[in-house]
Structure formats: C-alpha cells, structure tokens
Design a binder for this molecule. Structure first.
Ligand code: NAP
Ligand code: 8YV
Length: 317
C-alpha cells in the first residue's frame, strides 16, 4: 500500500497531481479542517506538505511522521527543533526564490524613496493640474544601504544594489568572508550610518523585534526601513509611532506581525508603501517552490534522501 501524505493548505494543482501518483493523499485546503479530523485518520501519515506551518501540536498528532516538506524558505512556523528531536526531517525551498524576493526588495526601496504610490495618487486626484508639479523625492545614488541578514537573499539584494551606485553594508551575527561589503557587529551603529535599512533575516525568537525603537531612531527622520523578512523582526507598535512622529522617515513593508492584519494607522501614511507578503509571488518562482516541495517528498519516499533540509535536521540526512 502507498505511504500516506497529508497536504495542508492550497497548493498548485501540479503538487497534488504529482504527489498523488506516488502517495495516498489526504488534502486539507484549510488548516481548520484538522480540528474536525479524527486522529485515527492521521496515524499512518508519513509526510506532510505545508505552507510553513507545522507546530508541535500538529506533529504530536502524527505518530508515523518522518518528513515535513515546507513551502517557503522561512520556516519559523514549523517546530523544526522539536521535529529533529523526534527524528523527523524538515525541508524548505531555499535559493529558487532569491531573485524575485531581491527584485521585490529593490522595487520597494525605489517605490518608497521616490514615493511612486503617492505620485500616482497625486496624478489621479487631479493635483498635477490643480497644484502643479509633485514634491521632489530622494535619490538612492550615493546613499548607504544596510542589509540586516546577508544570507542567500541578502546577498542577491546586495548584488542588485551594486548598479545603483550606493554603498552597501551589512549586519548579522557572524561576519562573512569573501564579500565586498563592510560588516557591522552592532546594528544600532550600522543604522546610524545608513539611509536605507533592509530586514531580510529569518523570523522566530532569535530575531524578535530586532529592529526596535533604538534602531529606528538611529536610522532617523531621513531614513527608510524596508521589511521583507518577517513582521516579528520589526517592533510594529514602535514602527507606527516612529513613522507618525517623524522619528523615522519612511517604510516599505511586505510583512506584518499578524498577517493578514495590518495596523490601520499605516493606511493613511503617504511615507509608507505596503504589499501583502508577495516578495516571492510570481508564477515562475511559486512553481519552482512547489516543485521543490514535491521533489523533497518524492525523493524521500524513494530512498530516504531529501534535496533541501533545514539546518536543524542536518544530523538526520
Ligand atoms: P539565510 O540564507 O539563512 O540568511 C539569513 C541571514 O540572517 C544570515 O545572514 C544570518 O546570518 C542572518 N541572521 C539570522 N539570525 C540573525 C540574528 N538573530 N541577527 C542578525 N542576523 C541574523 O536565509 P534566506 O534564504 O536569505 O532567507 C531569509 C529570510 O527571508 C527567510 O527566513 C524569510 O523569513 C524571509 N523571506 C521573506 C519572503 C517574503 O515573501 N517577504 C520571501 C522569502 C524569504 P548569521 O547566522 O550570521 O546571523
Ligand atoms: C512564501 C516566504 O510566500 O519563502 C518564504 O519564507 O515568506 C514566501 O516566499 C511564504 O512562505 C508563503 O507560504
């Protein structure tokens, strides 16, 4: 009999088609369906496909579980440490999304600094005719851009920034060898030297509110904060206050603490550009991510190996 795989959340049809050729599938498009699923239906599930969600409570309901194949590079919603202690491998979808997430980041920087959304509104509201030319904005040329988290995506952003003739610096816990960007061990110090600060770290407890009031104030009234990491990485309450008071100049935000809820105060701010967690959201990249979710499950089913495990599970592969 075929091994059983639980698919939680909405995936492209190709995911269900390909997995269905190899496994017996249980497809729950909504997480809430698990609340009414009897545990007896879950006892023989060996693998799950999920959108970055597998808390301890779910893992504990799946006694035969061996693999969690997660869609997305960030897996702060997956209890990876816990899974590893139980011998369960967690995989994610790194690298295939670097380009599109970096492109979205560049787009957010330029849109926020050049106030493109506000300019669009200015024209549509007839102000070009009634009030003349729109106010001037700020150039990225010659500015200092700080990347918080120079990982796979951070490096892709840095490479793309090189054409804009700005200076790129970075902060992370460890200094990297072989990169041409100045390293700051102290985030507040780096923010003080930056015109633009980009958050692109993982989420989770280690980065919770890493961008706090002190960092925002160091970035300052002329500074621009871009968050494409996770909403938890920025202290959202302090962010709203700093933007409202003018202690922080502007923000371009793709991620929020309580998605899909976004603090309503931000809606009225012209110095803010908001996108609904879409940094990787192109057909091409989402298909590549979906393919990797499938590949991890299928190779595991075939010979116990996986393509892209998370570091917490390194000892299991
Ligand atoms: P990665 O290669 O693992 O890079 C993460 C970077 O963050 C590393 O440079 C790491 O360096 C640094 N970092 C980790 N913890 C830190 C801490 N406590 N303080 C400072 N720096 C820290 O990951 P990636 O593939 O680039 O992805 C990064 C994250 O981007 C994902 O985890 C996800 O949260 C987010 N993301 C968002 C979207 C979106 O749609 N908006 C899309 C894709 C990814 P050290 O270990 O040296 O500190
Ligand atoms: C995904 C992301 O869209 O990869 C990540 O970490 O945040 C995005 O690429 C998100 O995980 C959707 O499930």
């Amino acid at each position: 009999m075929a091994d059983k795989v639980l698919v939680v959340g909405k995936f492209f049809p190709s995911v269900v088609e390909q997995l269905g050729q190899v496994f017996e599938l249980m497809v729950l498009e909504e997480r809430s369906q698990l609340e009414t699923t009897d545990d007896s239906e879950l006892t023989d599930v060996i693998g799950i496909a999920t959108h970055g969600w597998a808390p301890v409570e779910l893992i504990d309901r799946l006694p035969a579980l061996k693999l969690i194949s997660s869609f997305g590079v960030g897996y702060d919603g997956v209890a990876a440490d816990y899974a590893a202690t139980k011998g369960i491998i967690v995989t994610h979808t790194p690298n295939v999304l670097n380009d599109d997430v970096a492109n979205t980041t560049i787009a957010l920087i330029l849109t926020t600094m050049r106030r493109i959304v506000e300019q669009d509104r200015y024209l549509r509201d007839g102000k070009w005719k009634s009030q003349g030319n729109a106010p001037l904005t700020r150039s990225i040329r010659g500015k200092t851009v700080g990347i918080v988290g120079l990982g796979r995506i951070g490096e892709a952003i840095a490479e793309k920034l090189s054409v804009f003739k700005c200076r790129t610096v970075y902060h992370s816990r460890n200094e990297k060898t072989g990169v041409p960007y100045d390293y700051y061990g102290n985030l507040v110090e780096m923010a003080g030297d930056c015109d633009v600060l980009i958050a692109i770290t993982p989420g989770g407890p280690a980065t919770d509110k890493l961008i706090n009031r002190e960092v925002m104030e160091a970035l300052g009234p002329e500074g621009t904060l871009i968050n494409v990491a996770r909403g938890t990485v920025v202290d959202e309450v302090e962010l709203v206050k700093a933007l409202a008071d003018g202690r922080l100049g502007a923000a371009g935000l793709d991620v929020f603490e309580q998605e899909p809820h976004v603090p309503e105060e931000l809606f009225a701010m012209d110095n803010v550009v908001l996108t609904p967690h879409v940094a990787s959201a192109t057909w091409e990249t989402r298909q590549a991510m979906a393919d990797l979710v499938v590949e991890n499950l299928i190779t595991f089913g075939r010979d116990g190996s996986v393509v892209s495990p998370v570091p917490e599970c390194a000892s299991l592969v």
